[in-house]
Design a protein around this ligand. Structure first.
Ligand SMILES: Nc1ncnc2c1ncn2[C@@H]1O[C@H](COP(=O)(O)OP(=O)(O)OP(=O)(O)O)[C@@H](O)[C@H]1O
Length: 363
């Protein structure tokens, strides 16, 4: 096992700063997902950890050892890409055995390890199959096996599941997590898919525009996003962010959401974090599953769309272009054209400064 320290890491391509700044410590045996939208610098970061790109500034340390000038082959990393690198002229067995043969392991040991990993990844019956004839799903499973079999101290995976189908992706999420637990590797996993990050990672590093926005456990980044980007990016739908003005209300501080014709008195702890600042402009945030709706005869917020997705119902409410989405497990019969009263769970309210987008206090 090996720890990784990205120290003030930066990467530019000509005048373009693909990675503006990255400071991140990844512990021995930890599974960290680099999560963010396309172009935010995830692969660039990964390529530098692997040794395929040199940083423009900053350092990468493995167990405290500076990796500057250390070639990819000498870093002890396994790398799986979106586009599986498989030798199509070899069968499954030979592909799996390749890394062990390069390391000149005894034939009996190679055979034992090939069969063990094949069993683990359900490739056992396919060992004699020519790789050229395998499906995309199986090829990616083989690519993972081929890298994992040499038991690298650090395992880097860059969008390994983006080409495989949805059902297979769900299976592989579980298998990859299993694999990491079994081999206790330090794993860095690049994805733009929050479900992958949320289900597999011990810690998620959320990136945007070449900047690390937040790193924390999946629950932490979901419940306490550090800014409006993380709040909106995580969750499906993302956190509701309602522009509002803080206002004195009978000795307490309330968030006034004029657009929705409502006002919510803040819990004392949150009001204190907002420094009880009357007239401060904020975003009032809450997760779509942290509120209830009740139909009203008249008044309330107009419902304009109801999505029923199996057991889940997503109700879209709003006026003009301002919308709120509420996710419910039960179907309370709301339909487009009706009006509803919204009650937000007080403990779930998060505030963000309207100008900087940064969270005000943390729960
Ligand atoms: N070799 C390069 N030369 C110039 N620009 C590059 C190079 N590699 C990456 N970039 C740019 O750097 C930015 C970050 O790219 P990167 O591949 O790291 O993003 P990403 O978060 O992995 O997104 P994606 O999932 O789309 O690959 C992008 O704007 C990309 O076009």
């Amino acid at each position: 096992m090996t720890s990784i320290h990205l120290e003030n890491l930066k990467k530019s391509f000509g005048a373009f700063q693909a990675l503006k700044t990255m400071d991140l410590k990844i512990n021995d045996g930890e599974f960290v997902a680099l999560l963010g939208p396309s172009g935010c610098g995830k692969s660039t970061t990964m390529n530098m950890i692997a040794g395929m790109e040199d940083p423009s500034e900053g350092r990468i340390l493995f167990d405290g050892r500076d990796m500057s000038g250390v070639s990819m082959g000498k870093r002890g990393v396994g790398f799986v890409f979106q586009n599986y690198a498989i030798f199509t002229h070899m069968n499954v067995y030979e592909n799996l055995a390749y890394g062990l043969r390069v390391r000149k392991l005894p034939e009996a040991e190679i055979d034992r390890r090939v069969r063990a990993i094949a069993e683990f990844l359900q490739l056992g019956p396919l060992l004699k199959q020519p790789s050229a004839k395998l499906s995309v799903n199986i090829l990616q499973r083989l690519a993972i096996g081929r890298s994992a079999i040499v038991e690298p101290a650090i395992f880097l995976l860059d969008e390994p599941l983006s080409n495989v189908d949805a059902a297979f992706r769900a299976v592989m999420r579980t298998e990859l997590k299993h694999l990491q637990r079994q081999f206790k590797q330090t794993m860095v996993y690049v994805t733009h898919d929050q479900l992958e990050a949320m289900t597999m990672a011990d810690r998620i590093a959320v990136m945007d525009h070449g900047v690390l926005q937040q790193s924390g456990s999946p629950v932490e980044v979901y419940n306490n996003p550090t800014n409006t980007f993380v709040a909106g990016f995580l969750g499906s739908p993302g956190m509701n962010l309602v522009r509002s003005t803080l206002a004195d209300s009978g000795g307490s501080l309330a968030a006034d959401m004029g657009t929705f014709g409502m006002s919510d008195t803040l819990e004392d702890s949150l009001a204190r974090c907002a420094a009880n600042e009357n007239r401060r402009e904020v975003y009032y945030g809450f997760r779509p599953e942290q509120a209830t709706l009740a139909a009203t005869g008249e008044g309330g917020i107009p419902v304009f769309f109801v999505e029923r997705i199996g057991a889940r119902t997503i109700v879209h409410l709003g006026r003009d272009k301002a919308t709120i989405k509420i996710v419910m497990d039960n179907d309370n019969g709301l339909e487009a054209g009706m009006c509803a009263r919204l009650t937000v769970n007080p403990g779930a309210v998060r505030l963000f400064d309207a100008e900087s987008g940064m969270a005000i206090g943390r729960a």
